[in-house]
Design a binder for this molecule. Structure first.
Ligand code: FAD
Length: 265
């Protein structure tokens, strides 16, 4: 059983508390396993921070923190940064200016029925779905970042981040396999949203019934008919997705106006 109090939530909302907890975990736990960041790792981390600074919806503390972190990383002439310096910035320097990231995990849409289930991996998927939708809604946001030339910048940054830093190495290998097989087919921002949705469903399918499956949140094709009935169709007795309606649903579900600040700092 989880010792955390249960937080009531709606499955049709996305919670900023999950997104903030994702960044908290990523910056203070996942990254902490790397004593120094250098070379390719440093570049991948910088790109991730830039992506979030430019595409995280709604402004506020998270964007200010990521902008400050991004400016600081880009201004450093160093090829090698101790992780402690990143942590100092996140923990202390930012607090002086009143901008800080919650120092605890508050899972809401990503809470599990017991400790060890859901949480961080759920929030990382959620964060990247939000970023694909936000990139579509604000197509010029990545101008002058060095990422604007990529056909699928959100997925490329995600791919590199997952491959290099994500604590679940087996997940990283699976994701890399899928990306190297099909990511070059993604031509535009709509494909980018749908590619991630489809890839996520493939993972759901593979993991259904496995140990990581939370009995309260069994893995299944998503969105369920109760979330989006028009996403589902039947052709010649076979279930098919209506991709136009799925795209419409994803834009709405992961769009800025569907983010709930409940339980957020
Ligand atoms: P998650 O799958 O984490 O989903 C989170 C939320 O996203 C759901 O609650 C739902 O609201 C929404 N959602 C579900 N499906 C979709 C979809 N298709 N499109 C959009 N939104 C959706 N675990 C392994 O054991 N093996 C792996 O190989 C593996 N690979 C992973 C690769 C990546 C990139 C990531 C981020 C995680 C991976 N994981 C893997 C973890 C696993 O996918 C789940 O994140 C974890 O088991 C927690 O599951 P969950 O029930 O919270 O739902």
């Amino acid at each position: 059983q989880s010792t955390e109090p249960w937080r009531d939530f709606h499955r049709w909302k996305v919670y900023t508390a999950d997104l903030e907890s994702a960044l908290h975990y990523l910056l203070r736990v996942e990254l902490a396993t790397h004593n120094t960041l250098e070379g390719e790792e440093l570049k991948i981390f910088k790109d991730f921070v830039t992506l979030v600074a430019k595409l995280y919806p709604g402004g506020g503390s998270v964007v200010k923190l990521m902008e400050t972190l991004s400016d600081w990383l880009l201004s450093l002439p160093l090829q090698r940064i101790p992780y402690q310096a990143v942590l100092d910035l996140v923990d202390n320097k930012m607090r002086i200016s009143g901008v800080f990231l919650g120092a605890e995990l508050r899972w809401v849409g990503c809470q599990g029925s017991r400790t060890g289930l859901r949480g961080y991996p759920c929030s990382l998927w959620t964060l990247f779905h939000v970023l694909t939708v936000q990139h579509d809604a604000t197509p010029t946001a990545l101008e002058n970042t060095g990422l604007e030339g990529e056909a699928a910048p959100v997925l490329q940054v995600m791919r590199r981040y997952i491959r290099t830093f994500f604590g679940c190495e087996q997940c990283g290998r699976h994701f890399e396999q899928a990306a190297s097989a099909t990511l070059d087919r993604v031509q535009n921002r709509e494909d980018q949203i749908l590619w991630l949705w489809n890839q996520h469903n493939r993972v759901n399918y593979r993991l259904a019934g496995s140990l990581s499956d939370d009995p309260l949140f069994p893995k299944a094709p998503w969105p369920s008919p109760s979330l989006c009935s028009s996403c589902h169709e039947e052709k010649n007795g076979v279930h098919v997705w209506n991709q136009d309606n799925v795209l419409h649903f994803l834009r709405q579900h992961y769009g800025a106006s569907n983010l709930s600040p409940k339980y957020s700092l």
